[in-house]
Write a protein that binds this ligand. Structure first.
Ligand SMILES: Nc1ncnc2c1ncn2[C@@H]1O[C@H](COP(=O)(O)OP(=O)(O)OP(=O)(O)O)[C@@H](O)[C@H]1O
Ligand SMILES: CC(C)(CO)[C@@H](O)C(=O)[O-]
Ligand code: BAL
Length: 298
């Protein structure tokens, strides 16, 4: 099935045939993995991808392996027709890979880790802390599905968003460790122009009142950046700046971290390598994340 400017593939075989045909005429391929429910953050990744290669392929797949049994796999927004319409409106040649769960996990997959069987990819040393502290299953699921997707798509470039900064660190390590012949590019976080809330597919879960409070975390990150610009490098002061704003906004903070960009270990001071200032908070049953990079670029 294909629309005017977007070809849509559902099987591995279709993607491989497309990739071989494109390779044979010398086209390069940039890849944007997503879980769909596309917003302006995703579209920015696609626009950036289009500047890197001749063609862009976007995957849309809600990956069961990165959800725990108690998480929102069943309710995660699935909006394939609208996603395709948004991609069709972009001025690029785009392919979409929207596989079924059976196609991606031919021998089956369950969210119950104790019952999982088969082949998984784990990036030890970067997956256990921060997001991995609350979601111990998460990066194993992400690394596994992204390794599968890289293997299927065979891109020259893959683009990910800074909003999921730990994911970028984990996948950068995976690319190195498994010798994937591609360049991993990280795009800046796209925010609501009015209040700075990072765009996220899960923002649709927020009530009007929660949506109003949600930008408090980013206000905290901004005030920490201001302190850093004024010469403050101390962990407690930077983290307190975030905490104060978040508490003022009534957010239920899960963690705030100042970590090393190299190995994500917690640090006491921002040194010459810079730092990742990141965190997660809950609003009712919704969990959101955000971060800023201090003193370095990815
Ligand atoms: N606001 C954003 N700015 C830039 N990139 C983003 C933004 N939001 C998501 N991305 C990136 O888009 C890619 C696909 O992410 P995904 O489909 O999970 O969307 P999401 O909005 O992050 O959803 P979720 O609510 O599940 O976190 C990832 O590389 C992610 O980092
Ligand atoms: C990279 C990804 C598409 C893997 O399922 C997902 O974790 C996401 O959307 O960030
Ligand atoms: N963007 C991260 C995907 C997830 O939270 O499952």
């Amino acid at each position: 099935m294909s629309s005017e400017t977007v070809s849509v593939f559902h099987t591995v075989q279709e993607v491989r045939a497309w990739r071989e045909a494109q390779r044979s005429i010398g086209n390069t391929i940039a890849f944007v993995p997503t879980m769909g429910a596309l917003h302006a953050g995703h579209l920015q990744l696609v626009n950036l991808a289009a500047t890197k290669c001749d063609l862009v392929i976007v995957s849309i797949f809600v990956n069961p392996a990165q959800f725990a049994p108690h998480e929102d796999l069943a309710t995660y927004p699935r909006t394939l027709p609208q996603d395709i319409a948004k991609l069709s409106a972009l001025p690029h040649t785009i392919a979409v890979f929207a596989p079924s769960v059976q196609e991606m996990y031919p021998r089956g997959i369950t969210t119950d880790r104790s019952l999982q069987r088969g082949t998984f990819v784990e990036v030890l040393g970067l997956s256990e802390m921060l997001e991995g502290g609350t979601r111990p299953h998460f990066f194993r699921g992400v690394a596994t599905v992204v390794a599968k997707l890289f293997h299927i798509v065979g891109p020259d470039v893959a683009v990910f968003g800074q909003k999921d900064i730990q994911q970028c660190c984990v996948l950068r390590a995976m690319v190195t460790d498994l010798h994937f012949p591609l360049k991993l590019v990280v795009a800046p976080t796209v925010r609501d122009p009015e209040d700075g809330l990072a765009l996220s597919s899960r923002n649709v879960y927020l009530t009007a009142e929660q949506r109003q409070c949600a930008p408090a975390f980013y206000r905290g990150l901004r005030s920490a950046c201001d302190l850093f610009a004024a010469g403050v490098v101390d962990r407690n002061q930077l983290i307190d700046a975030v905490k104060q704003e978040a508490i003022k906004g009534g957010l239920d903070i899960e963690y705030i971290s100042l970590s090393s960009p190299d190995d994500l270990s917690e640090i006491e001071q921002v040194g010459s390598a810079g730092a990742v200032l990141s965190g997660a908070w809950r609003m009712g049953s919704t969990r959101l994340i955000d971060n800023v990079l201090i003193g370095f670029e990815f």
